[in-house]
Design a protein around this ligand. Structure first.
Ligand SMILES: CC(C)(COP(=O)(O)OP(=O)(O)OC[C@H]1O[C@@H](n2cnc3c(N)ncnc32)[C@H](O)[C@@H]1OP(=O)(O)O)[C@@H](O)C(=O)NCCC(=O)NCCS
Length: 204
């Protein structure tokens, strides 16, 4: 196994690095960051910027940046250059039968993903979040800490479900939606925008 490059050494990058350390399978773990605050983070060196050129075919890369459009842009650049994208799953996450998980996705500690769910690429399923049976989570979506997605829900591409939000079963949330922390979604969401509250309503 080669090295793992984690792009972004923010708080999210640290959590991703922690999963990689626990997997104990990489020869070396390195950060890449365009604006690093120092030359190392958590004792892991920052090797260079996101355009670092010495990534080899046996190495893997994961983009650990919260902003979905930056995450998508960088992941697509690495894919187009033929680099291998890592998928990182914390050993204390629970992954059900027949769950599909895309490249570049990170699944944090305490997350539960139930059977037949499909998780896209470049997705974040954050600490303690749950994704229930038959859910479809679009590419570059983010299910924040402690959010709960009930069964047979579709979450669109680049949609961000805020911390502790709840989505009722059998709903569809379109692409590019922000659901505020603590919101409860009880109806389909068909227009991009920001939704907050109980029940969730559009604010912009
Ligand atoms: C929804 C959110 C994106 C809005 O942020 P914003 O665009 O900066 O909006 P503002 O803070 O200007 O708030 C706009 C209005 O919405 C209200 N509001 C904002 N977030 C809210 C929330 N989660 N629930 C209820 N009301 C909320 C504000 O009180 C404000 O109301 P007012 O106009 O009556 O004063 C943000 O508040 C939020 O919830 N982010 C989620 C963060 C998160 O989950 N992080 C997890 C990381 S793992």
């Amino acid at each position: 196994m080669g090295r793992l490059f984690i792009v972004g050494c923010s708080g999210h990058g640290k959590v991703v690095a922690d999963i990689a350390l626990k997997q104990n399978k990489y020869k070396e773990i390195l950060f890449l960051d365009d604006n690093p605050k120092s030359d190392s983070c958590m004792g892991i060196s920052v090797a260079g910027s996101s355009t670092y050129e010495d990534i080899r075919p046996e190495d893997e890369v994961i983009v650990a940046i919260g902003n979905p459009s930056i995450r998508q842009r960088l992941q697509e650049q690495y894919e187009e250059s033929g680099l291998k994208l890592a998928t990182l799953i914390h050993p204390q996450a629970v992954i059900g039968t027949n769950v599909r998980i895309g490249k570049g996705t990170a699944i944090m500690a305490g997350a539960v993903i139930n059977p037949d769910a499909a998780i896209g690429k470049g997705v974040i399923i954050n600490t303690g979040a749950t994704v229930d049976h038959d859910d479809v989570i679009g590419d570059y979506a983010h299910i924040s800490v402690g959010a709960h997605i009930s069964g047979t829900v579709t979450v669109g591409q680049s949609t961000w479900i805020g911390a502790g939000a709840v989505v009722s079963n059998n709903l569809c949330i379109c692409d590019n939606v922000m659901i505020g922390a603590g919101a409860v979604v009880i109806r389909d969401i068909e227009e991009p925008g920001t939704y907050v509250g109980v029940p969730a309503r559009k604010i912009r």
